[in-house]
Design a binder for this molecule. Structure first.
Ligand SMILES: [Zn+2]
Length: 450
């Protein structure tokens, strides 16, 4: 039976609702129709440096074997239409592709959508070439993400278990024990990440808004995430949970190398170069410096909330670094600038200061006696025609290494420090049978696994 690949995006808006909750509903619908999932629901974060994205720029893909495709597609279309916040800023897109393998140009479109700005027309053109059915609401921008979601092939990946509230509880405060979160974080380390921000004493797994997500725990494998979720002993009666396979925490958007001759606005990527101007800070503590490569140079910004701005100010001319980040468009007030999301100091250039020599007779520091005339002592009048300046190497306060933002400044795609060296290179298509759950009872301990 050929697979049905279902992609959707941009169903949420800044007012609430979210694409993952819609995915949870669509999965419920599919399971009731005996769909067999060949992969976890995929939650794909696309280029985060596009200003017209919704909150997280997250798109969802589902890959299933299912009978009666035509009815299933109609049903999903109805769910998307009824649950999207059209008119509140959402421009949903929905695509269906029936086939075993995703065509090469769909995969290429998807891999570009991770760092570049892709057009709706290009998405529609590729879709029609391969008989991919598309449904667009609002301005149709969601087609780009929906097509990209089905086309993204995840090598390195992480998982997220997202739990959902009963709709009547949305908007109420989320009750969650801080101690439980800390215990869970410690017991599951390093296979979960960004649960708790110790330096700011803040729980990171619960969102703030009125949306239906209760909490989301991110980590390396579904087994650990299930254990982690139940360790929380959440008192609220939840609707259920679902495990997504994602590109969270992979830096997947930063794998494209910037070309500084054609640095395109809103693209994401990385570049290696030499610091070409002494860093300076502006009001608010944001640091700026010029980075130069053989192809050109770019102004780079390290913002204060990243926690890296103080360190960036200690960089100096001649230091070799790699930066990853996104390009902010030039405006009448600002030039084009690369907003830095991490930096790696590859070489710390030695820095020197130069001082006049001392008087051999009385020990006082000599003064210059004029250009190319050497030095003279103001105290005893000795002249030193051939004396040289004394060179002193200044101690640098930075070390070679990788520097990433503090957890509260992480974006979905930011690779946390603990994941460096833990990257995956593929995926065995075996699903944990408990990847989806709708709590049948009001008691969290009596769960029914579908
Ligand atoms: Zn002297």
């Amino acid at each position: 039976m050929p697979l049905l690949h279902i992609g959707f995006d941009d169903t949420d808006s800044r007012q609430g609702m979210c694409t993952t909750y819609l995915a949870y509903k669509v999965v419920n619908f599919l399971l009731k129709r005996n769909a067999r999932f060949v992969d976890y629901p995929l939650l794909i974060r696309l280029n985060p440096n596009i200003p017209w994205k919704t909150r997280g720029n997250g798109a969802v893909a589902l890959r299933v074997e299912v009978d009666d495709k035509s009815n299933v597609m109609d049903g999903i279309r109805t769910i998307v239409e009824n649950n999207s916040h059209i008119g509140n800023g959402a421009n949903p897109g929905l695509v269906f592709y029936s086939g075993e393998h995703i065509p090469a140009d769909v995969r290429e479109f998807a891999s570009n959508a991770l760092y570049d700005v892709m057009s709706r027309n290009k998405a529609k053109e590729i879709a029609s070439k391969h008989g991919i059915r598309t449904f667009a609401l609002g301005n149709g921008q969601g087609i780009v993400g929906a097509l990209s979601a089905i086309g993204t092939m995840l090598k390195d990946h992480t998982f997220e278990i997202i739990s959902y509230r009963k709709l009547e509880n949305c908007g109420a405060m989320r009750e969650i024990g801080k101690e439980n979160v800390i215990t869970m974080a410690k017991r599951t380390f390093p296979n979960t990440y960004n649960n708790y921000d110790y330096s700011h004493d803040r729980i990171l797994i619960t969102p703030r808004g009125p949306d239906p997500i209760f909490c989301g725990i991110r980590g390396e494998d579904p087994d650990t995430l299930l254990q982690a979720f139940f360790m929380l002993n959440i008192p609220e009666k939840l609707d259920g949970y679902m495990i997504f396979r994602t590109n969270h925490g992979t830096n997947m958007h930063l794998t494209h190398e910037f070309d500084l001759t054609t640095l395109k606005a809103y693209t994401s990527g990385y570049v290696r170069g030499v610091i070409a101007s002494e860093p300076y800070a502006i009001k608010g503590g944001h640091a700026f410096f010029m980075l130069r490569t053989e192809h050109g140079s770019a102004l780079c910004a390290v913002y204060e909330p990243t926690g890296l701005s103080q360190l960036a100010q200690k960089l100096g001319v001649g230091d070799v670094i790699e930066i990853g980040g996104g390009v902010r468009k030039a405006t009448s007030k600002h030039p084009k600038v690369v907003n830095v999301e991490y930096f790696r100091i590859l070489h710390v250039a030695p820095k020197f200061s130069y001082m006049n020599p001392l008087c051999k007779k009385c020990g006082k520091r000599l003064k210059s006696d004029g250009k190319e005339k050497g030095y003279k002592c103001e105290k005893c009048g000795v002249k030193e025609r051939s004396a040289q300046k004394i060179v002193i190497e200044i101690r640098r306060e930075i070390k070679e290494g990788l520097y990433i933002p503090v957890p509260k400044a992480h974006r979905h795609l930011t690779k946390p420090l603990q994941r460096y060296g833990m990257e995956k290179n593929g995926y065995e298509h075996v699903l944990n049978p408990n990847w989806y759950c709708n709590f049948v009872s009001e008691n969290l301990s009596q769960v029914r696994f579908v």
